[in-house]
Ligand binder design. Structure first.
Ligand SMILES: Cc1cc2nc3c(=O)[nH]c(=O)nc-3n(C[C@H](O)[C@H](O)[C@H](O)COP(=O)(O)O)c2cc1C
Length: 253
């Protein structure tokens, strides 16, 4: 299997980098081929805008959708976007490694979505959701959080993790991926926010690394999260409820 890890953390000695390295080692040891998009190390520019389109379809009014479609049609996509798309096209499994920043993915990774999932090239009005370009391929997020696990239940202080993960999961499903339950590493203290004593924190980190390594060996057998598809929607996009089930891709485990 070909695997792409999209890694979004600025510090090579962070836990996030450690989890990325564990994924590389574990998957390679199983005989898989692993590529890494290390967004900070490679200096990826996450800001979509006119600066990326020297040959504009519409030189007066900048529309990202218009320019993405035109650049894709005329083989004029920016080199870094082309590189990321080739990596995606090779990958049967896509892994995102990132810390939870402001209840979501870091801006670096959000911008990667904005620029790399190109309108016209990788999705169109019809080629989305269960008809998406990447259908048949799998994706999983490995996410670290500062707050402890107990804070992420419904109504909890950290926010309901199912809701926090929904936008990124739904975006991956939009592109056609089968999205697996995230691997969540909670309670990663830093900056003086301490939830447990140093020794038990170290043991917690070692347990998480082991859990991630074990989980990686089972991903091919896991059932993806369930979402509604085209057959669940009316022409205008509204749901055919209560006839069809409401599958929102909530976190299962
Ligand atoms: C800008 C910023 C925003 C953060 N927002 C959250 C948050 O919303 N929820 C949370 O639990 N932790 C939050 N944290 C803590 C990080 O998730 C935590 O430091 C990180 O997961 C630890 O992993 P690392 O050691 O690999 O950086 C935030 C940290 C930063 C720097």
């Amino acid at each position: 299997m070909n695997v792409l890890i999209v890694h979004s953390h600025p510090e090579p000695d962070s836990l996030n980098a450690g989890l990325k390295n564990i994924a590389i080692d574990t998957l390679q040891a199983q005989g898989h081929h692993v590529e890494v998009s290390d967004l900070y190390a490679e200096g990826f520019d996450p800001v979509e805008g006119p600066q990326h389109y020297p040959h504009r379809q519409d030189p007066v009014y900048f529309s990202a959708l218009t320019e993405q479609r035109s650049a894709s049609d005329h083989d004029r996509l920016p080199a870094d976007v082309k590189r990321e798309i080739s990596r995606l096209e090779r990958a049967d499994l896509l892994i995102f490694q990132f810390p939870l920043w402001w209840h979501a993915q870091p801006a670096m990774l959000k911008g990667w979505f904005d620029r790399v999932f190109v309108y016209g090239g990788l999705y169109t009005g019809r080629q989305r959701y269960d008809q998406g370009h990447f259908r048949g391929r799998r994706a999983i997020c490995s996410v670290t959080t500062g707050a402890p696990q107990t804070a992420f239940g419904p109504g909890g202080r950290g926010g309901d993790i199912e809701r926090l993960m929904w936008p990124i999961h739904y975006s991956l499903y939009y592109m056609g991926y089968d999205v697996l339950s995230p691997f969540l590493s909670h309670g990663i203290q830093g900056g003086g926010l301490s939830y447990q004593a140093e020794a038990s924190f170290r043991a917690h980190l070692e347990r998480l690394k082991l859990d991630w390594s074990r989980r990686l060996t089972q991903l091919e057998e896991e059932k993806p999260l369930r979402f509604n598809g085209w057959s669940d929607w009316h022409q205008d996009g509204s749901a055919k409820f209560p006839v069809s089930p409401l599958h929102s891709g909530a976190v299962i485990s």
